[in-house]
Ligand binder design. Sequence first.
Ligand code: NAP
Length: 188
Amino acid sequence: MQLDYIDLYLIHQPFGDVYGEWRAMEELYQQGKVRAIGVSNFPPDRIMDLMIHNKITPAVNQIEVNPFQQQIDTQKFLQDNNVQVEAWAPFAEGRNNIFKNELLLSIAAKHKKSVAQVILRWLLQRGIIALSKTTRKERMIENISLFDFELSTEDLAAITTLDTKTSGFFDHRDPEKVKWLGERKLDV
Ligand SMILES: NC(=O)c1ccc[n+]([C@@H]2O[C@H](COP(=O)([O-])OP(=O)(O)OC[C@H]3O[C@@H](n4cnc5c(N)ncnc54)[C@H](OP(=O)(O)O)[C@@H]3O)[C@@H](O)[C@H]2O)c1
């Protein structure tokens, strides 16, 4: 990669030789080649198992967090264990008509902001790092213009009613999905 160091290096999924990978990553961290190491899509029990059998606690867990999958209990567990939450698909990749959701639209109108900004501000106020993605320059500007408004306690409480506690994509605990992902990897 021709870099002196990498800021953050993650294990993408809690499958396969996670322990071998983690110990190799711990070495890279100790050598200063990686500034922080973490994981992605790890449920709390897998994080706990990784932590108690290794030296370094993951700096982050990158998981699906959006208004339809809020991960409130998981966030509490991660906070209690000093693991920073990063949200992938903060807009649920546009699924379930998220940008047209009536509740989010009403909160956005009240603050003269967009639905995207309300979602990102909600994550910011929860202490979650949002990994939003856009291919459009004007939306990149929109998506970082979050520091001139604040959601109220009522706004935050209203957003919690959207939580389905279900992934909009897939369940990392589903054996059939684990098999599918493993077989897919073999094709690479
Ligand atoms: N660790 C993992 O397992 C995992 C899994 C999935 C994704 N990720 C990562 O998560 C990041 C987020 O990407 P994502 O694609 O999953 O989801 P996302 O950010 O929830 O959704 C992206 C979609 O939202 C649209 N969008 C962005 N800003 C908008 C705005 N202001 N108004 C209206 N629409 C807007 C984009 O369209 P336009 O491009 O047309 O603006 C795009 O269709 C990526 O870096 C991805 O690599 C990680």
